[in-house]
Write a protein that binds this ligand. Structure first.
Ligand code: NAD
Ligand code: ZN
Length: 358
């Protein structure tokens, strides 16, 4: 047995208002006055007070990015070309401020500034050869675990797949729960449930080991407190941020499962976003995750979240087939969920019936 040797985020700050320390954190990383920091920021913050707190110096630049759609390889290529064209020197670093979408854009651009070709060439496992430039992740919504993960999930011309590499994780993460203040309730639920589903899929998977279990159980406890407990808003924001971190750590050394495999299919064909896509699928997975789905429904009920229906109504046979192929392509997820003989358990028709419910 050969065990994987994973990188982790080497530096992290946690605390209410810690965003104000960003300037002093970046200062020693500035290479010269010609080498800027590029801040990718979710455009929901455009014109908001947060922008005045971004520690701009010299020729630093803010680039607002919409998270309406999940990040694409072509988008990353354009951003990289634009940065190379605009500055004479390589940037001192990239800072991503936002949800999973912005964190993934920041990671991918940091990698592609030092590696030749298109981002699409690096979708897969361990294809990145050269270290990325210094990159910092600052989540403003909690749940994906993208702040700790070794991947940046991108939609490419052929597939939705992460750039999984030792060079992907952030060099620095700043966790300031205050930044999650304005998240709308529905989005808070969907992205938070991404974390909850990471825990359920990791803890009920065949890849489980003590490393993953220790993080997964902690994250699950925190999710229960946040979504079913009776705690203050402030405490809830702190705890969900740490749940996301632990949930991400839990899947680092195991895998996700059926909800993620199917949600990738929904996202590929219909552009359904990750958090809501996971919820749409997970509600129908009680045969596989009975306790997890029961508690999910309690959380949904408590927060009066109504999921959309009829997402797959009216799809053609071919369209269902595309989703099924994308989903079945994620072999490690199925192996983790159902074991080596997963193909006998999850037949084409069974998966089709599940998609038809959504
Ligand atoms: P997101 O980044 O797509 O943002 C969701 C919505 O919340 C957007 O409308 C955004 O503008 C809004 N928002 C974010 N912060 C806000 C704030 N403080 N106030 C008000 N609105 C705010 O959402 P997400 O669920 O965090 O990320 C989903 C993405 O993450 C997907 O692209 C998915 O593929 C990716 N992902 C990556 C990993 C990884 O390990 N790299 C893991 C899971 C998911
Ligand atoms: Zn996820």
């Amino acid at each position: 047995m050969k065990y994987r040797n994973f990188p982790m985020v080497p530096r992290v700050v946690f605390g209410h208002g810690s965003f104000l320390q960003l300037g002093e954190i970046l200062m020693p990383k500035r290479k010269s006055s010609e080498a800027p920091f590029i801040f990718f920021i979710d455009d929901v913050f455009e014109g908001q007070p947060l922008i005045t707190e971004v520690p701009l110096l010299f020729n630093d630049q803010i680039i607002f990015i919409s998270s309406e759609e999940e990040p694409k390889t072509a988008q990353v290529d354009v951003l990289v070309a634009k940065i190379k064209e605009s500055f004479t020197e390589m940037p001192s670093g990239i800072v991503g401020i936002g949800g999973g979408t912005l964190l993934d854009v920041a990671k991918a651009v940091a990698i592609m500034l030092t590696n030749p070709g298109s981002a699409a060439e690096y979708q897969g496992w361990d294809l990145v050869k050269k270290p990325a430039i210094y990159h910092v992740g600052i989540p403003t919504i909690s749940g994906t675990g993208a702040e700790v993960s070794r991947t940046t999930v991108l939609m490419g011309p052929e597939k939705k797949l992460g750039i999984n590499s030792d060079h992907t994780p952030f060099d620095q993460v700043l966790l300031d729960p205050k930044l999650t203040h304005g998240v709308p309730k529905e989005q808070w639920f969907y992205t938070g449930m991404d974390c909850y589903i990471h825990c359920i899929e990791s803890l009920n998977g065949t890849y489980l080991n003590a490393f993953s279990q220790s993080y997964g159980e902690k994250a699950l406890d925190l999710c229960h407190e946040v979504y079913l407990g009776d705690i203050s808003k402030e405490e809830s924001r702190d705890k969900l941020m740490m749940a996301s971190w632990h949930g991400g750590m839990s899947i680092a050394y195991s895998q996700v499962g059926i909800a993620h495999a199917m949600s990738y299919g929904l996202s590929y064909l219909l552009g359904v976003k990750h958090g809501i896509g996971n919820c749409l699928v997970f509600q129908y997975l009680e045969e596989f995750y009975p306790e997890g789905v029961k508690v999910f429904k309690q959380m949904q009920e408590k927060h009066q979240i109504k999921l959309p229906t009829g997402i797959c109504a009216g799809l053609s046979e071919e369209q269902f087939d595309i989703m099924i192929q994308v989903s079945f392509g994620l072999v490690p997820l199925w192996e983790n969920a159902l074991g080596d003989n997963w193909k006998e358990i999850m037949t084409y028709d069974r998966l089709l019936q599940l998609f038809k419910k959504i």
